[in-house]
Design a protein around this ligand. Structure first.
Ligand code: SF4
Ligand code: SF4
Length: 419
């Protein structure tokens, strides 16, 4: 990484503490990613993005702000990127995936809270994440209780706009959500000084649809046996999707897919078990479960998570004569995401069964971040449904620490032997 200290300083970062974070990441990345055999050449772009995660991309965000643009931090796949982009702002996904930030998060939050929330609050209050420091506005949502209350705390440090999410998906809830999207547009127009038009919204929808399509293409390639790309690499790409430049990212995912299409012609069969992961999001640099599973005799072939299928499935319809039609298409697309924060959430159970079949999974790992209530309560419904379909399932509840890695390895090993 180049010398970015001046830039970090100007962002108000705690440089000393940030140095400690920078010392951990490359080592973790090297041990997790660069030790994999036979990676596609197309992964070099994503290696580069990671090597510059606190450098070049932050420089791009700074340049954007110097030119009068705004940067928005988001935490959930329900916040519509199409609107942010159409109004000339850059959206970056900020969910914290590192154990590094937990200690600071626990200084002001209860310990028995999901690590994702503790890490995101820790990242802000410790001033060690240049993405947080680059944001003009954070956009929270009222999905789960922990997040809902965390916005009040974050608001003491930086401006937060909260989107009021419905908890059900009846037509009156969807209408309410559409109103909420309109309110978000109003707030963003004020912040950016730009006006949403039919043209800029349609262009933005098309751009982001292309990105989702590229990810879908990548995931479709994982349906081959054996999959031409590791689950670790696919997860990394999904994580990078949340903050990289949209066009450049899309182009590089498509380039990688071209290479994988060639690769599948010469792949030799192997006996690796095909595993599907479902559950809570895995924010960067949370690679723990994938690392454990893929260092056993298995390959992760799909993630039904927010850092997986929930992020890219279903495009926003490009049909519509008016700006209101397009806004309504956006509201519809986002309400089609099946998060455990909704009740009931039968769509997710159907998705899991559908993906398990499509990706030919031998078994499913239900990944639950510790203290995440919506997903842990929903486990029962998923368990019952998969039992009926004869799809083997195991529940892994964990956080970001490595303390339980040995135990998880033993459990996954036994599961793989059984399936
Ligand atoms: S799990 Fe639910 S609340 Fe969390 S990012 Fe995904 S959609 Fe949002
Ligand atoms: S993982 Fe669960 S508890 Fe954590 S932020 Fe997402 S929905 Fe909330």
């Amino acid at each position: 990484m180049g010398d970015y200290r001046k830039m970090w300083e100007s962002l108000g970062m705690d440089l000393e503490k940030h140095d400690a974070l920078c010392a951990v990441l490359p080592e973790l990345y090297g041990a997790t990613y660069l030790t994999q055999d036979n990676r596609p050449d197309g992964m070099n772009y994503f290696n580069f993005v990671i090597s510059e995660v606190h450098g070049l991309r932050i420089e791009e965000l700074s340049r954007h702000r110097e030119n009068g643009g705004k940067v928005l931090g988001t935490f959930c796949v329900y916040v519509p990127d199409e609107i942010i982009n159409a109004l000339g702002a850059i959206g970056v996904g900020l969910c914290g995936g590192s154990q590094f930030w937990i200690e600071d998060g626990e200084k002001i939050l209860p310990r028995n809270l999901c690590p994702l929330i503790k890490a995101l609050v820790g990242a802000k209050i410790s001033a060690t994440c240049p993405y947080f420091q680059s944001c003009d506005l954070l956009v929270g949502e009222t999905t789960c209780d922990g997040k809902k209350k965390a916005w009040e705390i974050l608001n003491d440090y930086t401006p937060v706009h909260v989107m009021d999410m419905p908890q059900m998906k009846r037509s009156k809830d969807i209408e309410k959500w559409e109103e909420e999207v309109k309110y978000f547009i109003e707030k963003l127009e004020e912040l950016t000084g730009n006006k949403l038009t039919y043209e800029n919204l349609l262009n933005s929808i098309k751009l982001i649809n292309k990105k989702r399509r590229a990810l879908k293409r990548l995931y479709d390639l994982r349906k081959y046996t054996p999959s031409p790309i590791s689950g670790l690499d696919a997860l990394l790409i999904s994580q990078i999707a949340f903050y990289d430049d949209i066009e450049r990212f899309t182009e590089n995912v498509n380039k990688l897919c071209d290479e994988l299409e060639e690769r599948i012609k010469n792949l030799k069969p192997n006996n690796k078990k095909r595993v599907m992961v479902t559950g809570t999001p895995m924010a960067i640099p949370n690679w723990k479960l994938h690392y454990i599973v893929e260092n056993l005799d298995a390959q992760i072939v799909v993630e039904e998570t927010c850092t997986g299928t929930r992020y890219f499935e279903r495009e926003v319809s490009e049909e519509g004569e008016t700006i209101d039609d397009l806004i309504s298409n956006i509201a519809d697309r986002y309400m089609g995401i099946n998060c455990a924060c909704f009740t009931p959430n039968t769509g997710r159970v159907e998705d899991i069964i559908k993906y398990a079949k499509e990706y030919k999974a031998d078994g499913v790992i239900y990944y639950n971040l510790s203290f995440c209530q919506p997903y842990s309560v929903e486990y029962k419904k998923v368990e019952e449904a998969l039992k009926k379909e004869n799809i083997p399932l195991i529940l892994i509840e964990t956080d970001y620490s490595t303390e339980d890695s040995g135990q998880i390895k033993t459990r996954v090993e036994a599961f793989l032997e059984m399936i």
